[in-house]
Design a protein around this ligand. Structure first.
Ligand SMILES: NC(=O)c1ccc[n+]([C@@H]2O[C@H](COP(=O)([O-])OP(=O)(O)OC[C@H]3O[C@@H](n4cnc5c(N)ncnc54)[C@H](OP(=O)(O)O)[C@@H]3O)[C@@H](O)[C@H]2O)c1
Length: 342
């Protein structure tokens, strides 16, 4: 891109106050700033897509239990973003390099190697937004924590989220016998069955989770990939076969809306008697993990073993706050990606 094509000003969104409970547009400010200029060793990236996930709501709180930095007031928050280097003062990242980085919620970003920037092979996947798939997290839970594969009966809670849609499909691609997902509406049940490759799905509003699991998997489950916690976790423990493995990924029912879903009751004697395994995990994607996942994702997409179930949101940075509030209101399904420069 020629220097003339780089605008002198560009837009970004700042977090100006911490949400009391419900996040509103007033917690953000849209600002027009001089497009940043890269210094020595830095590069200028034209951002293309950013990822939207519930986890960012946690980061808006004063304190968080997450092992990643929370957001500072008055600043543009970080988030997972992809874009292309258009000005380079660093030979490791020449002009044209496609990168994943964390300077999102803005149209243009200055980044430097060593601050979480990862080079990507743009030819591998069908579109730039595919590189925002939460595959490394889903893979880690399904494969490395739960060891799910041939013959398993897998329950994924929070299945229509960015991680859940992939966790179920990875289990399926590895030979799981039955993959069941939970979600919050009839439309999303259909989405899981028709677009995300699940064998069965239920709406957790339709009755006790335990009853729904019993109906769909009469023999019990052998793997649980838990994104939700609360009563979904409790039901999964109750309905687990002896030796079942739990990958503990998230606690959505405690993260959004201030419920105590991240403090489920563990039926301890059941867990002991059934010799259940619980493994919590936190994924910090390295360039190698990301490259390995993208390679696997590419292969499975070509073999039709997986789909990228996602929602594209347009409107760019001016629409980012509304889009994120929409995500918290459970409007979207699959990985939610916001286009930043179209
Ligand atoms: N361990 C790690 O390394 C790691 C990495 C990334 C993310 N995570 C965690 O994994 C979890 C899933 O993340 P994600 O990005 O996939 O989520 P996401 O895409 O933001 O999921 C959004 C969906 O979650 C569901 N949800 C929201 N509140 C819920 C509640 N109280 N009970 C049940 N479902 C609820 C809603 O769907 P419905 O309409 O179906 O309710 C909503 O549409 C989060 O807890 C996140 O923090 C962990």
């Amino acid at each position: 891109m020629s220097a003339e094509a780089i605008p002198t000003t560009s837009r970004e969104l700042r977090l100006v106050s911490r949400p009391a409970d419900r996040l509103t547009q007033e917690n953000f400010e849209l600002v027009e700033v001089p497009t940043p200029t890269p210094g020595d060793g830095e590069v200028l990236v034209r951002n293309e897509w950013m990822f939207l996930g519930s986890v960012y709501r946690d980061l808006m709180n004063e304190e968080t239990a997450l092992p990643i930095p929370n957001y500072e007031i008055g600043k543009t928050p970080w988030c997972t973003t992809v874009g292309t280097v258009v000005v380079s003062h660093n030979e490791e990242l020449p002009v044209g390099t496609f990168v994943l980085h964390y300077e999102g919620w803005r149209e243009w970003a200055v980044v430097s190697p060593g601050f979480g920037v990862k080079k990507l092979d743009r030819s591998l996947l069908p579109g730039a937004e595919y590189y925002l798939a939460n595959g490394p997290t889903a893979w880690r839970g399904i494969v490395e924590m739960a060891g799910a594969g041939e013959g398993d009966i897998v329950f994924v809670s929070g299945a229509t989220g960015a991680v859940g849609t992939l966790a179920g499909q990875i289990a399926k691609a590895r030979g799981a016998k039955l993959v069941i997902g939970s979600t919050g509406s009839k439309e999303k049940v259909d989405f899981l069955l028709n677009e995300a490759g699940f064998d069965a799905a239920f709406d957790y509003h339709d009755g006790p989770v335990l009853d729904q699991l019993r109906a769909l998997a009469p023999d019990g489950i052998t793997v649980c990939f838990d994104n939700v916690g609360g009563d979904q976790f409790e039901a999964a423990v109750e309905h687990a076969q002896p030796g079942a493995r739990f990958a503990l990924c998230g606690a959505l029912s405690g993260q959004i809306g201030g419920t105590d879903g991240d403090h489920p009751r563990l039926a301890l004697m059941r867990a002991i008697a059934k010799q259940l395994t619980f493994r919590g995990f936190a994924t910090f994607d390295t360039e190698e993990q990301l490259a390995a996942w993208n390679q696997q994702f590419s292969t499975w997409l070509k073999e039709d073993k997986i789909s990228f179930a996602h929602t594209v949101v347009k409107g760019g940075v001016p629409f980012a706050a509304e889009a994120f509030i929409g995500l918290l209101d459970k409007k979207y399904a699959g990985t939610v990606v916001l286009q930043l420069n179209d």
